[in-house]
Design a protein. Structure first.
Lengths: 265, 331
């Protein structure tokens, strides 16, 4: 199986490399909103001294960490799979003795991440020089703890994204659904606003939803703001969401295949 | 025990049916609004109660006009589509369960579809297939050598697939679909768009592959040359129903028991041949006119023509299989 993943990596890496210009445009587009939030919140915090107790440095460190975490947990399944279901090109992958999503689409995601990361790092360093974040609270152990949290976030995001994409078996309008999903995710993941600034009611909802694992939870771990008892509780909740996402995906996939019409071929 | 050992037939199909539900509406804005509120559906019976079985090692041609249900049947047999009703077993597997043991021993090659990634050389896709199908290096080398001998792949392997010609790409597609030495091959228009030489090459290759591996092949094609060269037996499907299942030679006897007599007259004289039999076509390049004559009257009619007319050239031919089939579908 490892051999299969290695070959898939080679192929997907080579393919992504072909579209590097495309990828750069995507990355620049994606960078706009966090950088804008970063600039806006920092300006406000600077003007007022702090926002609900968060200083300018809190916002800078939050959004600078977010840039990395968001990229690592992001999922592009909708873009690489939905059209294959709609135009029938999924057929070729379906007839191979491996699960197309849990192998090819997964590796495709990872190859995409690896490539965007190569471009993100220099941009991140430039931002670092511009904003001078004070990262003195970050420790080796907080980074090491964040790694499984990021993996968990990506796992949930990938499986939910795959489940959502599989709705393309029923509807050709799956992109509007995914827009809605992204809006929800941006709100409840901590992308617009760090979640601790949200109204308490929304914070409580966000606390049970899977979206915080995409950004807020790992970022808070990196910044050393999650107490140990919360850490365990949240990892448990994350694992539960991972299981739910997996079951949901397998179910939608199985039912969807029954409806697959393998258009064209 | 692998399931296939219990089955003498490689493929068996029982009452296989597929009905598509298709949303339909008239053109225009008002109709678009109406269909948004209440959609009307029409049922399309693409395949209806089809029964047949194919023994291991057979090469069978699957014929029918566009929209007859050939591709839908192939898609069900390969596992891409769930049928609306009926059963099918291929090597003992139910195809649409998509068991990996099944996918490991079958292949579906579609002439109109690309399976190879366009952006990378075929060699990389081949190596990926080697990994996916768990083919050992030794086995891979051996299989590739054989495929290379038959299809001359080596010069094509390093170019990105998008830079290959149609014929070159088709060769690579076929080879990629056969690296794992499938025991059952479903081929949908494997020679479409290829020139005569490339078509012949693919045909020879399939015969040779069948001879060497004993694989079962079910293929569709619009080129009768493919079918006549490869298949002893054909299945004919029309409007989703199986119309004929049997030997390709019997088909002409059964459906069109007649021959064509082609006559070219000396000095390019115009002459009415229709008194000998219905005139079916004229070949202007050699001035030959063809009449259709019942098989058991051929001798008598030929003798008459030779006696009556200044004949420069005369041939007796089987009706082209295209015509036979066209005729079958008209009935």
């Amino acid at each position: 199986m490892l051999h299969i993943y290695r070959r898939l990596w080679q192929v997907n890496w080579a393919e992504q490399w072909q579209y590097r210009a495309n990828l750069l445009m995507y990355l620049l587009y994606w960078l706009v909103s966090p950088v804008v939030y970063l600039a806006v919140w920092t300006t406000i915090a600077n003007a007022k001294g702090s926002v609900n107790g968060l200083t300018a440095n809190d916002f800078i460190t939050y959004y600078m960490a977010l840039l990395i975490v968001d990229q690592l947990t992001s999922d592009i399944t909708i873009h690489v799979l939905a059209y294959k279901i709609q135009d029938g090109t999924l057929s070729g992958e379906l007839l191979k003795p491996i699960h197309p999503i849990l192998t090819n689409t997964l590796v495709n995601n990872l190859a995409f991440k690896a490539l965007t990361f190569m471009v993100l790092i220099p941009i991140w360093l430039v931002l670092y020089l511009l904003f001078h974040p004070d990262y003195s609270m970050v420790t080796l152990s907080s980074i090491l703890t964040a790694i499984p949290a990021i993996a968990l976030g990506f796992g949930i995001n990938f499986l939910l994204g795959a489940a959502l994409t599989c709705l393309a078996f029923w509807t050709t309008r799956v992109y509007s659904l995914s827009e809605f999903y992204f809006a929800l995710a941006s709100l409840f993941s901590g992308q617009f606003v760090p979640l601790q600034l949200m109204p308490p009611a929304i914070q409580r909802i966000a606390d049970f939803l899977p979206f915080k694992f995409y950004i807020y939870f790992p970022v808070q771990i990196i910044l050393g703001r999650v107490p140990p008892e919360k850490l365990v509780e949240n990892f448990a909740l994350g694992m539960a969401w991972l299981a739910v996402a997996y079951v949901l995906f397998r179910w939608i996939w199985r039912e969807g295949l029954k409806r697959f019409s393998a258009v064209g071929a | 025990m692998p399931p296939e050992t219990r089955f003498a037939d490689a493929i068996s199909v029982e009452n296989l049916s597929k009905t598509y539900k298709v949303a339909e509406r008239e053109g225009g804005f008002a109709a678009a609004v109406r269909s948004f509120v209440r959609r009307r559906y029409r049922e399309v019976h693409a395949v209806q109660q089809v029964n047949f079985s194919i023994a291991q090692g057979e090469i069978v041609g699957f014929l029918g006009p566009n929209g007859a249900g050939k591709t839908t049947t192939l898609k069900m047999l390969s596992g891409l589509l769930h049928p609306s009703a009926g059963q099918a077993k291929v090597l003992g597997f139910t195809p649409w369960e998509l068991k990996s043991e099944y996918l490991q021993v079958m292949t579906l090659v579609m002439g109109q579809r690309n399976r190879l990634s366009w952006d990378i050389p075929a060699a990389d896709s081949f190596l990926l297939n080697q990994a996916i199908y768990r083919i050992s290096d030794e086995e891979y080398r051996q299989t590739f050598k054989e495929l290379d001998e038959l299809l001359e792949l080596s010069p094509l392997m390093k170019k990105p697939v998008r830079n290959l010609s149609l014929g070159e790409r088709m060769k690579c597609e076929l080879a990629a679909g056969l690296l794992h030495r499938p025991k059952v091959l479903f081929l949908d228009e494997p020679t479409i768009g290829l020139d005569i030489t490339a078509q012949a090459r693919i045909r020879n290759f399939l015969l040779e592959y069948n001879r060497r591996t004993g694989a079962t092949i079910l293929l569709t094609s619009h080129y009768m040359a493919d079918v006549t060269a490869l298949c002893e037996r054909i299945l004919m499907i029309h409007h989703g129903q199986l119309k004929y299942d049997g030997g390709i030679r019997n088909l002409s006897n059964k459906i069109a028991p007649y021959k064509l007599i082609g006559v070219a007259l000396g000095e390019a004289r115009e002459c009415d041949l229709s008194c000998y039999g219905p005139l079916v076509q004229t070949d202007h390049s050699n001035g030959k006119q063809y009449i259709q004559v019942k098989a058991d009257e051929v001798n008598a009619v030929t003798a008459l023509i030779l006696q009556d007319l200044p004949v420069r050239d005369l041939t007796i031919e089987d009706p082209p299989i295209e015509n036979v089939i066209e005729r079958a579908f008209q009935e």
